[in-house]
Design a protein around this ligand. Sequence first.
Ligand SMILES: *Cc1c(COP(=O)(O)O)cnc(C)c1O
Length: 383
Amino acid sequence: MVDLKGQYDKIKDEVDKSIFEVLNSTSYINGPAVRQFQENLEKYMGVKHVIPCANGTDALQIAMMGLGLKPGDEVITVDFTFAATVEVIALLNLTPVLIDVDKDTFNIDLKKLEEAITPKTKAIVPVHLFGHVAQMEDIMALAKKHDLYVIEDNAQAIGANYTFKDGSQQKAGTIGNVGATSFFPSKNLGAYGDGGSIFTNDDELAHSIRGIVNHGMYERYHHDVVGVNSRLDSVQAAVLDIKLKHLDDYSSRRQNAARHYTEALSKSEHIQTPQTETYKPCDNSNGICDTCDCHVFHQYTIKIKNGKRNALAEHFKKNDIPHGIYYPIPLHSQKAYKDERYDEKEFKVTNQLVDEVISLPMHTELDKEQIDYITSEIIKVVG
Ligand SMILES: *Cc1c(COP(=O)(O)O)cnc(C)c1O
């Protein structure tokens, strides 16, 4: 699915040198490498505060702790995402409210979102699934109207740009009150181990979060709040700082690969290719995608409309073509998150997506020849 070795080989000299610099510095935790990466990421994202932490799941949890959400508060998020999103809501004894997604973008359904808001709702967690930014302008307007926090799960969309109706742009993850991302190796900005980060433009929230990641300490050995231990280590920061310089190039490589896939797969009436305006002139009026750079293709995920998804997966397996089914089970049907509040009728889209979606190899080293081979195999099976 990914070619991390091919990517590493191209930056090996730079990366190895900076790793050895950290080893020689012996400043393995919170050293200058972390500080430097933090500052460079702040510049890149156009955000006031980047707070590095140990992984993307922690980033989401700490963001929610920083906002002071309390047990019983309802937090609305999507039924179709990686479990980490709902896991941290449940861990903090907040009440997860899972809702259906849009059938074309796989992102939060705005109508369902508005319907799900109750007097107990305190926050919304949009997930920029597969690298495609959710409709943030509308989400922010709704949040303002109902006085809710917005926590962006940006684990899959780092580097994506969101364009507002007035033409201004902001990076995904910096639009809500707070954003969280993951540097898991296969993510678009991947470390060589675990890592994560929190984004905010809110000075007070940033201060609060900086204490929470460090055992609730704002002054050494004074523990003002219950915190956690969540750090990005210096070796990972050094690797990430190098890869950050390549992130825009990595995104455009992914977008190019997506363009080749879409060109080849559009020939089949049984395949729905990802909904995006990334490589077409922007059309804000369609209400689906607001910008030309709003999809960074963490995954290239198609829908197989004629019931042949499993046959295709079998064919891939037999021919050693990597693929993934993200996600095979909707969260509301997972043992850990089942709840009598949920009504199957409310999850029409996710219940169908789990039978139709399949993700194709997607990474920065993919070439046209590989894509031609993969797409011709798909058409063979699906028609
Ligand atoms: C990867 C991911 C996370 C969690 O990130 P980790 O660094 O693995 O903890 C959270 N949300 C989404 C949508 C993800 O894809």
